[in-house]
Design a protein around this ligand. Structure first.
Ligand code: ATP
Ligand code: MN
Ligand code: MN
Length: 370
């Protein structure tokens, strides 16, 4: 027998931004299980163990082969004892008792159901659960509860917006938004971002970035788009958020859910006839569906940061920022990259520029499914 020369074992980085994670995931059974634990931690407001399970799931998603025994995890980062126990149980018995217990837990099931409503987070879901409510019908018909505008829309369009959005629908929406924005200015550019940019075939919404080349002109963009969508009769819900962006503000230290650009969260009416390959069913009571659409309008000079920030995945974004801070002494968010050593903002026209500033190999959007 000939012995192969020792080849360097390719090491897997603890940072998702140094791993290439496509949508092919041979360890889906394992990552789904770990994500149940993440979700359960989020419902219990225990952030500590949460990030451990998140990182463990994310590392497994980057593997190109299925784990066949616990020894296969040797050398992998971010796998704590708890995660390893889950992995071992599933490899050996096909399921994990800890995960199965959570899945059959009434509280978990109810909070998952309640948070599936647009505008309902873990806190509200918990409040309803404590009142003894267990179904959406019970919640909706409870006259002592007050729903905000977002939640009301969430209930009204629940069925439609729970249905995954397809690539063809995302494309049709892109055409609608592009045409609508062109009435404001012929110079508007529109980019598809979020999960569809990462190559996903389905999404819970469609995310677009809109920019105009003239500095400052982005201020009126989304209000104009919203007005036009309304006059076309396809605006079902809109939550417009004015820009609070300040060019000189340092990137945020914390991973915030919100950035400071002008943005809006919409529900639009998408007519079946506009979606390629979709037949209009004459027997159907209506020829449209409601879809969730997010629009963000950064100043053109910050486009690359916004694109990188909105392309996700959330774990990829978290690790980009953590890497920037801990390994490079830099602060990164959706608006800017700041070098703390030289006290300067680093400019970027493209995502490639940002990766280069960070000393990272470029990771394509479809490799960011961490
Ligand atoms: P899905 O297919 O389920 O929509 P997704 O990856 O597109 O998956 P989104 O919730 O649409 O998920 O978010 C897309 C990206 O935009 C994420 O990376 C997230 O960090 C970012 N993002 C979402 N909402 C905001 C917000 N309000 N402010 C800043 N960034 C946001
Ligand atoms: Mn999305
Ligand atoms: Mn979104």
């Amino acid at each position: 027998k000939t012995r192969l020369p020792d080849s360097p074992v390719p090491t897997v980085s603890q940072y998702a931004c140094q791993r290439r994670t496509t949508l092919d995931n041979p360890n889906k059974v394992l990552t789904d299980a770990l994500e149940v634990l993440v979700e359960n931690c989020e419902f219990n407001d225990s952030m500590g163990p949460c990030s451990g399970f998140r990182r463990a799931a994310s590392v497994l998603k980057s593997l190109t082969t299925a784990l066949s025994c616990l020894q296969d995890t040797a050398g992998l980062p971010c796998l704590g004892e708890e995660s390893k126990t889950i992995i071992e149980e599933i490899i050996d018995c096909g399921s994990s008792s800890r995960v199965e217990d959570i899945l059959s837990d009434e509280r978990y099931q109810t909070l998952k159901l309640f948070t599936s409503v647009f505008g309902v987070g873990p806190k509200t879901a918990e409040k309803w659960y404590r009142r003894g409510l267990r179904s959406l019908e019970q919640v909706y018909s409870d006259s002592s509860l007050h729903f905000n505008r977002m939640q009301t829309a969430g209930f009204i369009y629940y069925e439609d917006i729970s249905k995954p959005v397809t690539v063809a629908e995302a494309r049709a929406l892109g055409c609608i938004i592009e045409e609508t924005a062109s009435y404001y200015s012929s110079g508007v550019s529109i980019s598809l971002t979020g999960g569809f940019r990462r190559g996903k075939q389905f999404g819970h919404d469609v995310d677009f970035i809109l920019t105009v080349p003239e500095p400052g002109k982005e201020d009126g963009l989304l209000p104009a788009v919203i007005d036009t969508l309304r006059s076309q009769g396809i605006l079902l819900y809109s939550d417009f958020q004015e820009s609070t962006f300040d060019l000189n503000k340092l990137p945020s230290r914390r991973f915030e859910a919100m950035d400071h650009f002008q943005k809006c969260f919409l529900i639009l009416k998408l007519r079946a006839g506009l979606v390629e390959g979709q037949q209009v069913d004459p027997g159907c009571r209506r020829d449209w569906r409601a879809v969730r659409v997010d629009l963000v309008a950064p100043p053109a000079e910050r486009y690359a940061f916004c694109l990188l920030g909105w392309s996700g995945s959330t774990q990829f974004e978290r690790d980009l920022r953590r890497f920037a801070r801990l390994e490079r002494g830099m602060l990164l968010d959706n608006h800017a990259l700041y070098d703390k050593t030289t006290n300067t903002f680093l400019q970027a026209k493209t995502e490639e520029d940002i990766f280069a500033h960070l000393g990272l190999d470029y990771i394509e959007p479809w490799q960011r499914n961490a």
